[in-house]
Write a protein that binds this ligand. Structure first.
Ligand code: HEC
Length: 159
């Protein structure tokens, strides 16, 4: 019976040690809530889109059920309004978001719409199970990420 609390204590120490490492502060910073909001959203987007891209490239085995799940989670993410995270004044801080976003909000919004449409189509295409068509639509979706990143995302943190 003594071993259980001891194991718990060790686990708590381990968690404490982890929370001191810089990696643990990755996405949420309460002084930069907008930056944290949008970066967390993009991290979730990439966590669902990334494995789909790896699947069509043959880097991981095709699992149709997981493809459907990733594509539906991706579509669910696009129902959240990420522009909330691009509120005025949030162009500074720990961010790769270029200041041009706030000078071209309409264009930025339309690039976001392009991604949303591509993701909606991706979910439909995945449901058909047609691997060739799915690979094509994954590619088309990836282009909408790149189109925005080329204009509005810096390679490194800006400030
Ligand atoms: C309308 C523009 C736009 C679209 C579309 C877009 N991104 Fe981004 N993305 C950004 C911007 C701007 C940032 C930088 C955010 C910041 O650092 O504050 C970013 C950041 C990221 C990050 C880094 C998140 C982090 O941890 O800081 C990832 C990963 C990412 N995007 C993946 C994707 C993927 C995958 C897609 C397509 C499925 C996509 N993005 C579509 C604009 C876009």
């Amino acid at each position: 019976m003594l071993t259980q609390p001891r194991a718990l204590l060790l686990a708590l120490i381990a968690i404490g040690a982890v929370s001191l490492s810089p990696l643990a502060v990755s996405h949420f910073d309460d002084k930069e809530i907008n930056q944290s909001y949008r970066q967390s959203w993009f991290a979730l987007v990439a966590s669902n889109f990334g494995p789909m891209a790896s699947t069509v490239k043959g880097e991981i085995p095709w699992d149709q059920a997981r493809m459907e799940r990733w594509s539906s989670d991706l579509a669910a993410l696009t129902s959240l309004d990420v522009t909330r995270g691009f509120a005025a004044g949030s162009d500074k801080g720990t961010t790769r978001a270029k200041p041009e976003i706030w000078e071209n909000e309409a264009d930025f919004g339309s690039k976001l719409d392009d991604m949303t449409s591509a993701v909606a189509q991706l979910q439909k295409t995945v449901a058909t199970g047609d691997r060739e068509a799915i690979a094509e639509q994954v590619g088309a979706t990836g282009k909408t990420c790149k189109a925005c990143h080329d204009e509005y995302k810096a390679k490194n943190y800006l400030y």
